[in-house]
Design a protein around this ligand. Structure first.
Ligand SMILES: Nc1ncnc2c1ncn2[C@@H]1O[C@H](COP(=O)(O)OP(=O)(O)OP(=O)(O)O)[C@@H](O)[C@H]1O
Length: 204
């Protein structure tokens, strides 16, 4: 059996909080409003200003989230920075049925879980150029308290450690210059046969 073209496989995006995943995705969806479907996760975290239920996330209570776990509704679910996140099987199915490429934005625990399923996605890691740059972006976004920034940076170190393990990701995009990173990310999303960036040492 010949392998599926990459465009027909879901695309799993991961990378530390604040690295620029949402920024890259927003540009992609603006440029290609019909080609891609974003797998909207369920979360128990509070909406940030401007976020709409069903758009960035399905915002649910703890109780509802636990009920969905009981019903085996999720492909993956994880706790991150004190909140639960999960991808429902139904959400991915609906996107695929529309003939769109399904894009999932998932943290490291979720990536591990997806590897145990038969989803067969392309794994793309969005890397910061340095830890210093990541810290500055999280502060600059202005959505987090200093405690939350510290929590996210601690988790970021674990994400990066995991990303350094062999064969975890198929491709890396270093989000240094946004236009350059977006150009590469767009090619990957469109299923073009490109090599990614090299993972920076990230030990600053
Ligand atoms: N290449 C870049 N250079 C400088 N700043 C950037 C770059 N890409 C994104 N940013 C900025 O970094 C901040 C974090 O970006 P964004 O919210 O997209 O991150 P994220 O990975 O989606 O985070 P989370 O996982 O927490 O949702 C934003 O303020 C964004 O404008």
């Amino acid at each position: 059996m010949s392998p599926l073209p990459d465009f027909l496989r879901p695309l799993v995006l991961s990378g530390p909080s604040g690295v620029g995943k949402s920024t890259l995705l927003q540009r992609l969806f603006k440029d290609y409003p019909d080609k891609f479907g974003f797998s909207v996760s369920h979360t128990t975290r509070a909406p940030r200003p401007g976020e709409q239920d069903g758009k960035q996330y399905h915002f649910v209570t703890h109780e509802k989230f636990l009920a969905l776990i009981q019903e085996s509704a999720f492909i993956e679910s994880a706790e991150f920075s004190g909140n639960f996140y999960g991808t429902s099987i139904q959400t991915v199915k609906e996107i695929q049925e529309k003939g769109q490429r399904c894009i999932l934005d998932i943290e490291a625990q979720g990536v591990r879980q997806i590897k145990a399923t038969d989803l067969n996605p392309v794994y793309c890691f969005i890397s910061p150029p340095s830890l210093t740059a990541l810290r500055e972006r999280l502060r600059g976004r202005g959505t987090e308290t200093e405690t939350s920034i510290q929590k996210r940076l601690d988790t970021a170190l674990k994400e990066i450690q995991y990303a350094k393990e062999p064969r975890v990701h198929d491709l890396v995009v270093v989000n240094d210059d946004l236009d350059r990173a977006y150009h590469l990310f767009k090619q990957i999303a469109l299923g073009e046969n490109v090599g990614g960036d090299k993972l920076p040492p990230l030990d600053d």
